[in-house]
Design a protein around this ligand. Sequence first.
Ligand SMILES: NC(=O)c1ccc[n+]([C@@H]2O[C@H](COP(=O)([O-])OP(=O)(O)OC[C@H]3O[C@@H](n4cnc5c(N)ncnc54)[C@H](O)[C@@H]3O)[C@@H](O)[C@H]2O)c1
Length: 284
Amino acid sequence: MASAVSTNPRFLNRVVLITGAARGMGRTHSLAFAHEGARLVLCDACRQYDSVPYPLAQPDELADLVHEIERLGRPVIAEQVDVTDLAAMQALADRALSELGPVDIVVANAGLYSFAPSWELSEAQWDETIAVCLKGVWITCKVCIPQMLPGRSGKIICIASTAAQKGMANLAHYVAAKHGVLGLVKTLAIELAPYNINVNAVSPTSIDTTMCRNQALYDVFAGGPGPLATHEHMLELMNQLNLFSDRDLLPPEAVSAAVLWLASDEARHITGSVLPVDAGYLTR
Ligand SMILES: NC(=O)c1ccc[n+]([C@@H]2O[C@H](COP(=O)([O-])OP(=O)(O)OC[C@H]3O[C@@H](n4cnc5c(N)ncnc54)[C@H](O)[C@@H]3O)[C@@H](O)[C@H]2O)c1
């Protein structure tokens, strides 16, 4: 990625709010918008959930991202906020409005999961995944939409998943939440069309972030811990699902490119849609 702001930035001074920004795709979305001239409002819970078997972000990762954006000369607000906390998210949106102006673009990206057959999921696993992946998306939209209505413009991009369109073993809570995200996106698209606000989803397949590069997931693909529980074995199975790939997970920047395009004027006629970034996985 270029180390300076683009000479022809698509999002100059647009206020972009991104959740789950400290690592993974949230980080690449944030940097991509910063390179295109945006002003950023970022949040991440920066804490580990007991039900999640791989590391989530730490506070220093959010701080590092802020420094990187500041080095690009772009304004940024970043707070350790949990997307399931309505009052805290409202306070963040209020701060964005008073310091940067109304939010123009929302990327509801924060997410997590855990793995077990449906009947073995704990109540905590179910509740936490549904809360972050579905309620958190609704809260993110709820606190930003009132800032978009008066200007009768805005873009909302919700990060779904190929799990929003397929059943997937060991992920009932996540699959249910991501299917719910598509229902929310379609409904918001109808409600917000009179205000010229576009609402769309992006459905990534397996992307090279910690969410996919962790031992707990390798164990699931191998049917349990053992010699086959490796990244290479998981890739071998995944590559039978994707139509083409680089024999590796897709780079997070591929999803950021889709997010920025949906947020751009070029996509102004698209709303209520789901854009897969899936190497053809959903066509099977
Ligand atoms: N990695 C994949 O293969 C993949 C595929 C499809 C969809 N997705 C979706 O993409 C989005 C980003 O995932 P990723 O791969 O970058 O994962 P990641 O684990 O690298 O990043 C997720 C970020 O969300 C943050 N987060 C978790 N709970 C939060 C909460 N309650 N409030 C605020 N922040 C919270 C984490 O701390 C982390 O920084 C998620 O919605 C995920 O479901 C990922």
